[in-house]
Design a protein around this ligand. Sequence first.
Ligand code: SF4
Length: 359
Amino acid sequence: MSDKLHITGLSINDLAEFVQEIGEPKYRAKQIFVNLHARRALDFDEMTDLPKAFREKLNETARATTLKVESRYVSADGTRRFLMKTHDNYPVETVYIPTEDRDTICFSSQSGCPLKCDFCLTAKLGLLRNLTAGEIVEQIIVVLNDVYGAGAQTPHGTNLVAMGAGEPFLNFENLIKALGIMADEAGLFIVPNRVTVSTAGIVPKIYEFARLEKRPNLAISLSAPNDELRDKLMPINRRWNIEELLQAAKEYEKTLRRGERFTFEYVLLGGVNDSDAHARALAELLAKYDLQRVKINLIAHNSAEPLEYRPPDIEQVERFKKILESKGVSAYVRRPRGRDIYAACGQLAAKNAPNLVRV
Ligand code: SF4
């Protein structure tokens, strides 16, 4: 990429510095911000409320877009999966999931992922690199423009989840910066309580996250009720085990505001972690730490080559849920979306799957 500044990752204050550096008045910062984030214009020439000479100067010194959509798949259920490339050719995946009353956009925080969750295809890529704040924000703009067209107002109720490729807490600074930009009411105005950040268990960052003044919702991927199994499924457990993770969760719980809860994600793998005994052990674990304001999201694994896991039986998913509920734990089964386009959990990076049809 040229050395032009990627300004989609700048807050209004950062933009103010930038415009002054190129000899423009400070108020231009807000104008650019509104164009980029409220109107979602990624081409300076479309910012027709800016003087032509200023637009030319912007074209010389800055760029609004760096991601390139390489392919796009639309599922029978309306889910859209985007495979993008950064300017330096690293893959970025983003998924749009419509439901009756709201849209959810699942974005990536890293290209690839350094963690080695055994049930996850992205893990096979390893970490390619952290995404910049601008690349995180741009994913959301690209998706909204694809669905609604540039310029259309961002629909109220758009939810974001940091559950695409990568471990968000290993790119903490850029993530928090991007979320701050997207929360700005002059722009996308997607406020923190509409955002969920999912971690595989980077314990020190859970404490740091708990201290944030404006923070999104937290989800922790647990997926096993004991260390022996979790060590195998999620090797990050060998660095921070279940005891340390649940202590952090307990501290986090103490900081929740009225009406807030947090989530444990539990990926159900057929014959591996989905037995009645696992469900009982999970309920006991939550009771041991007296975790009260938590819910469990049960996610049936979506098998894809070359992973060797199989999905759990549908009846067993229901049994698992019922056992948790009988022990007083709130449990929900997450409906798999976009299975046919390999957009579901654990399937990102299944690029060469045979039945993918580009749209
Ligand atoms: S499940 Fe998430 S944290 Fe684990 S390897 Fe995959 S992308 Fe990384």
